[in-house]
Unconditional design. Structure first.
Length: 363
């Protein structure tokens, strides 16, 4: 890949207009592996370079990471293998101890909590789903889903009632007494999702949960996640290396490289305004119509008629491209109140589909 020599927005400048409260935030988080790593960082005032770390025989798995996640947001962290994304997730949930920095969840610094306080938060407020389902093979679907509640000390009748609710929610009703070996890969992953939802978590950590599934089942599970999110509105931190998956699911995305967060923003911002050559290369093959919104492509409203088709300002071009090309007329773009704010012409959509990005979208 090319050297990073572009200028652009700071990694954590996106989403400032989102009025939702912050659910989780980390600031200047480092995870450095090696002897006396904390002392080394302190001696360098938390600003060690990759070369300095290497010279000291230290590995900077996460380097000076700062981000914030809004309540009810799907925030995706992505990067190539070894970029530090899974290590960052484990720092955010304190499954591993950061070398330095702070991680705040609901206004409390997780790094200052006692082990007992942290266990309590994990049991009642955090849900986790990993690439490997880790189902207990000797337990039924019902027992697997109810297991976290049994750890909490919930009585059998109550935990089985809750387990049945989430089993129904993820579409596994009728399989309560099946064992994991009797389920497909997608069904096993649904059990893992149901188990993590049983405790009604406030925040949901998903570490490449679909990467072990074949493409058809993976797409099905992505659709299932979006359906669940439309109902539950959870705060989700999702790890993936697949940009197509990221742009399909994410409200915002952070791209990591060599332990650093290179840029964060909406899929549209990352694709159309990459901060570095690395991000530009990473997003190069993404179809612009999948990420570009009607607001981005619209022009001033011309003569509008009551029967003109209306589209939401945040609608992606791909969602209405076939209709507008077929209609061969402009669609009116409306804001959250349904008021017209502009129009998208069929020619602008054709230009985008044919050339990737028309001139008006680059401005």
């Amino acid at each position: 890949m090319k050297a990073d020599n572009r200028t652009g927005p700071a990694p954590e400048t996106i989403g400032a207009t989102d009025a939702r409260p912050v659910a989780l935030a980390c600031k200047n988080v480092w995870k450095v592996f090696g002897t006396r790593a904390a002392e080394f960082l302190k001696s360098h005032d938390g600003r060690a370079t990759a070369a300095e770390l290497s010279a000291a025989n230290l590995i900077g798995a996460v380097r000076d990471a700062t981000l914030s996640v809004k309540r009810g947001e799907i925030f995706i962290v992505m990067g190539l293998s070894g970029s530090g994304k899974s290590t960052l997730l484990r720092c955010l949930s304190r499954l591993i101890e950061p070398t330095s920095g702070s991680v705040e969840f609901e206004g409390r610094d997780l790094l200052k909590l006692s082990e007992a306080e942290l266990i309590e938060i994990r049991r009642h407020k955090m849900g986790m789903v990993f690439q490997h389902f880790a189902l207990l093979p000797h337990l039924t679907v019902l027992e697997n889903v109810a297991f976290p509640l049994s750890v909490q000390g919930v009585d059998r009748k109550s935990r089985e009632k809750r387990a049945r609710e989430v089993i129904d929610l993820v579409g596994l009703k009728g399989r309560e007494y099946h064992y994991p070996r009797e389920l497909s890969g997608g069904q096993q992953q649904r059990v893992g999702i149901a188990r993590s939802l049983a405790v009604k978590p406030d925040i949901w950590f998903l570490d490449e949960p679909f990467s072990a599934l074949d493409p058809l089942i993976r797409r099905e599970m992505q659709e299932e996640l979006m359906r669940l999110q439309s109902v539950l509105r959870k705060t989700i931190i999702f790890i993936t290396h697949d940009f197509d998956e990221a742009i399909r699911l994410a409200d915002r995305i952070a791209i990591m490289k060599d332990g650093e967060i290179i840029q964060s923003g909406t899929p549209e911002e990352l694709v159309l305004r990459p901060a570095t050559d690395y991000v530009a290369e990473f997003t190069r093959d993404v179809q612009r119509a999948k990420v570009m919104s009607a607001r981005r492509l619209m022009q001033p409203l011309s003569t509008a008629h009551p029967d003109d088709k209306k589209i939401a300002a945040d609608a992606k071009i791909s969602s209405f491209a076939a209709d507008i090309v077929s209609a061969r007329k402009a669609f009116v773009v409306v804001d959250e109140r349904g008021s017209p704010i502009g129009e998208v012409t069929h020619q602008a959509v054709i230009d985008l589909l044919a050339a990737g990005e028309p001139a008006e979208a680059r401005r």
